[in-house]
Design a protein around this ligand. Structure first.
Ligand code: PRT
Ligand code: ZN
Length: 296
């Protein structure tokens, strides 16, 4: 029987934008996560890992205090936590996870003129990220009043609570719906895997290393495609030069003297125009298939 000390605790958001992709990513790593919506704890069978489902705001503190070992949060939340805590938090980024991309941005009502951050001088700016905003303002020599709101930041100008906002933006639809426009990008964010800084026991570190190898393999695979096509021997060079992000394609003899099949892993998306160029260069029966997992 393993003790808690041998198991790794991963903190995930319980409800919200990070849940779907966080759980899907861990499932692709071979972890069977069966928690129902009401359960806060899930014991994983495949590796010595326990999952805790929490509000994302609580995750940095629990990791920093050593109550959880790993977690998935947005870079925005990590930055706010680190800047708001005077003593250096015991939390490190392990790897970005390639989802939940967004900007923490300053936006102003469409009617307001704006040419540089100096135009923020003397304004009231509403945000849920006061520490990041304060850091941005002081780095840019701007004196503005920060209004700290827990949510619904985008309606602050309409309510006459603030003149501008500093909030997360992904598609920009919320800003547009509230008659505002983005004028500064304060922070570019995406989901991160974070861990407590202090080293764990060797069994736990081994589990983390195994999980990381799998995670990197899944992320790389998601960004890669496997391409197969047939072409004449004469066009091998031309065809391989067109394959995006592939190092050493495999060339296979076909039952016809003059024809070969080329198979390659491409480390980037293959667009229709690349396929059209491959066909124009003599490729035929061009297949592009997704890759599920990868390990070197
Ligand atoms: O309950 P809990 O505290 O766990 O959840 P939460 O409400 O704090 O967080 P949640 O689920 O809304 O977001 C979790 C994380 O997702 C954030 O910390 C970001 O790292 C990331 N993320 C990515 C976003 C967005 N995109 C995003 N667009 N978080 C919030 N938004 C909001 C934004 O605040 C604004 O209201 O979406 C609106 C803008 O979206 P667009 O598409 O209209 O521009
Ligand atoms: Zn939150």
């Amino acid at each position: 029987m393993q003790s808690r000390e041998d198991r790794v605790r991963i903190a995930l958001q319980k409800n919200g934008r990070l849940v779907g992709e966080s759980v899907a990513l861990l499932k692709h790593c071979g972890l069977h996560i069966s928690a129902s919506k009401d359960e806060l704890f899930c014991r994983v069978r495949e590796l010595p890992i326990d999952i805790l489902f929490l509000r994302d705001d609580d995750i940095p503190e629990l990791i920093s205090k050593g109550k959880c070992d790993l977690g998935i949060i947005g870079r925005n939340l990590l930055a706010e936590y680190c800047l708001a805590n005077a003593s250096e938090p015991e939390i490190d980024v392990v790897t970005p996870l390639d989802f939940a991309y967004c900007d923490l941005a300053i936006a102003v009502p469409n009617g307001r003129t704006y040419s540089s951050s100096k135009d923020l001088d003397g304004l009231k700016i509403a945000t849920s990220y006061p520490a990041i905003l304060n850091d941005f303002l002081s780095r840019n020599g701007v004196e503005a009043e920060i209004i700290h709101l827990g949510g619904a930041v985008e309606i602050a100008p309409r309510m006459n609570i603030a003149d501008a906002i500093c909030d997360l933006v992904s598609s920009g639809a919320t800003l547009a719906a509230n008659n505002m426009r983005q004028v500064e990008t304060v922070l570019e964010s995406e989901a991160l895997l974070v861990r407590r800084r202090s080293k764990l026991g060797s069994a736990q570190e081994q589990t983390i290393a195994r999980l990381l190898t799998r995670l990197r393999g899944v992320i790389r695979a998601q960004n890669s495609k496997y391409i197969m096509l047939n072409c004449s021997r004469a066009s091998i060079e031309k065809i391989t030069s067109l394959l995006p992000g592939s190092e050493a394609p495999t060339v296979v003899n076909l039952n016809r003297e003059d024809m070969v099949a080329i198979h390659a892993v491409c480390q980037e998306e293959i667009f229709w125009d690349t396929m059209e160029q491959l066909r124009a260069a003599g490729g035929s029966t061009i297949l592009v298939v997704p890759i599920e997992k990868m390990m070197d």
